[in-house]
Each structure stands twice: as structure tokens, then as C-alpha cells.
Design a binder for this molecule. Structure first.
Ligand SMILES: [Zn+2]
Length: 325
């Protein structure tokens, strides 16, 4: 048993565990026990920071700084940070100037507080102007939609892949414009074909980790449901997980080396093991959009350790930050 520091919570994993677990983010050493595979050395350690939602107002900037300081003061320095998306508070319904102001703050804090390489995933709130009335956009602006985030994060495309430490990594773009100012959580045919080609081209002995902003599969949407007793049904909110989950399920069934799918967006933590693939939603750096805990989840980030044999473990770390301080 390995002890992790105070206020670090939930051991979500236990390598090889089966079934579905949801864990909120209880503080203090987990009473469930921390059976970490100390005999194995990870080939890669990822700090997964998702849903930072930084903005100039209030305590957001300090919170982002504190989260990055917590990452850098870990006993074992992560090899890479995965930015899970929703880096800024919102660009969907804001002017170009307001969106760029938030991106400038994001980049300034990264420059000042971070020395670890970052891999970026784009979130729905990183997309500029899809809520056209509120944003004052027409759809014809050069940086409309995902283009502003690509420029700010210096990415060529919103989805991509790379190899590292014996694993294959894939970043997806979860959002498609819905046409009425909102978004839907699906891959378009072009991206899905690209993903299929990626899986086909990866040797079957190479484990694959997929990062998406919106969960491909998650139990967290159940906790957003209201009025179950009144309606005698779960009326799940469609924006909280991928609507094309069946398509992913069928694709992954042909590729047993797809091991791990990481996501954010729902600001809660869970782990779903389904048909040989583990899906983890890893909380939110901003918690309840910088006003404290969101449902069962304290503001925090995940440390995900990958092993050469395709296994992994995950711990959720809170950090010192007081919304009222
Ligand atoms: Zn989101």
C-alpha cells in the first residue's frame, strides 16, 4: 500500500478491476485502500488537467496557477500535461476581444507556471462564436468556430495522433456545430474515418489511449438528471456524453488494443469498464466553475500512469485553493 498526500482522494483504478465505479472526489486518504502497483514502473506519467475555464475575474487565474504549482511539486514529475479542453471560461457566446482576452491569460499563466510539455484537446467552450446572437458573429469570420482555438494553441487540426513510450495516443474533437447555436457530441464522418484508419494502422500489440473533451462513455450524466420520480425515466442530457457511442463501441470491438479513453467536460470523476475499454472522466480543475466543489467533485486533476503492458492507474489530486480566500 502506498500512501498519497493529504487531500488526495480517490484511487479510481486498481489495475484490472472490472465493472463500473463512480467515485466523486472524497478528500483524505481513500478508505477504499490504495493498492498501487509499486512493483511496476510507469513508462509515461500524464497530468490530465481538464476544464480549467480560466477567466480574468475572481479567483480563476490564481486557481489555475495553484493547480499547476501542485502538478510541479508532485514527488514524481509528470512527463506530459494533457489539457482536456475548456481551457477558457467561454468563447461560444462572447466577442472576439473577450475570447482573445481569456486566451491571453491562459497562455500567460502557462508561460509563467509551467515547464512540462502540454498536449491540447479542444473543448466546447474553446470554440468561438457558435452562439451567434450572443457572440455577434456571422459565421464568416476567419477565426470563427474551432479556428481561434487552433490558432491560440498552435495546432494544425483539432484531432491528431502520436506515438510515445510504446503507446499510441489519439486526440479527438468531440464537438460538431448543431446549427442553432449549440453543439452536439459526435464525430463527423471524416473524423470517424480518420479514427478508423488510425486504429487499423496501429500494431495490435501497441496499447492505445484516446483523449476527448466530452466522454465517449460515462455514468456521470445520470447525476445531472432531474425529475426521475415524476417522469419514471432517465432523461439524459445529450451534451454530456458522445451521442455516437454505439459507433465507438462497434469500432473498439475490433481493436482490443484500445485500452483507455480519457475525458473531462462533466466536472465529475468516474471510471467505466466496458467490453475491454476503460473510460475515465477526470473531474475539473475549476470544480464548480471556480465557486468550489461541483456535486461530489472537488477542484482537481488526475495523474494517469501508463505501463508497458497496456495497463494504467489513475489518482485524483485536489490542490490548495480557496474560492473564498
Ligand atoms: Zn466542456
Amino acid at each position: 500500500m502506498e500512501k498519497i498526500s493529504r487531500r488526495q482522494a480517490l484511487q479510481l483504478t486498481a489495475v484490472g478491476a472490472a465493472g463500473v465505479a463512480i467515485g466523486g472526489c472524497a478528500t483524505g486518504n481513500s478508505s477504499r485502500g490504495l493498492l498501487l502497483p509499486t512493483e511496476k514502473k510507469p513508462v509515461l506519467t500524464i497530468a490530465h488537467l481538464t476544464d480549467v475555464h480560466v477567466k480574468p475575474e475572481g479567483k480563476a487565474a490564481m486557481g489555475m496557477r495553484q493547480a499547476l504549482r501542485a502538478v510541479h511539486s508532485l514527488p514524481q514529475r509528470p512527463d506530459v500535461i494533457f489539457n482536456g479542453g475548456d481551457a477558457i471560461m467561454d468563447a461560444l457566446a462572447t466577442s472576439k476581444e473577450r475570447a482573445e482576452e481569456q486566451w491571453a491569460l491562459w497562455k500567460q499563466i502557462l508561460r509563467e507556471e509551467n515547464t512540462i510539455p502540454v498536449q491540447h484537446c479542444i473543448g466546447n467552450h474553446d470554440i468561438w462564436g457558435w452562439q451567434r446572437t450572443k457572440a455577434g458573429t456571422t459565421g464568416n469570420e476567419p477565426l470563427y468556430g474551432v479556428k481561434m482555438a487552433l490558432e491560440q494553441l498552435q495546432l494544425e487540426k483539432p484531432y491528431r495522433s502520436w506515438d510515445r513510450a510504446g503507446w499510441h495516443f489519439i486526440v479527438l474533437n468531440s464537438m460538431q456545430e448543431r446549427g442553432d447555436g449549440g453543439y452536439k457530441a459526435v464525430l463527423d464522418d471524416e473524423q470517424f474515418e480518420w479514427l478508423t484508419g488510425e486504429l487499423n494502422a496501429t500494431p495490435k500489440e501497441t496499447p492505445i489511449c484516446i483523449l476527448s473533451h466530452i466522454p465517449i462513455l460515462s455514468v456521470t450524466p445520470f447525476f445531472f438528471v432531474k425529475n426521475i420520480v415524476k417522469d419514471y425515466r432517465f432523461d439524459l442530457i445529450g451534451a454530456l456524453a458522445h451521442l455516437d457511442v454505439h459507433r465507438f463501441r462497434d469500432l473498439f470491438a475490433n481493436h482490443p488494443n484500445v485500452k483507455l479513453c480519457l475525458s473531462g467536460h462533466d466536472h465529475l470523476t468516474d471510471r467505466v469498464d466496458y467490453n475491454g475499454v476503460t473510460y475515465m472522466c477526470t473531474g475539473a480543475v475549476c470544480g464548480n466553475w471556480w465557486s468550489g466543489k461541483f456535486m461530489d467533485c472537488e477542484p482537481g486533476f488526475a495523474i494517469v500512469r501508463l505501463y508497458a503492458d497496456g495497463t494504467f492507474d489513475n489518482t485524483y489530486h485536489t490542490y490548495e485553493w480557496d474560492p473564498k480566500g
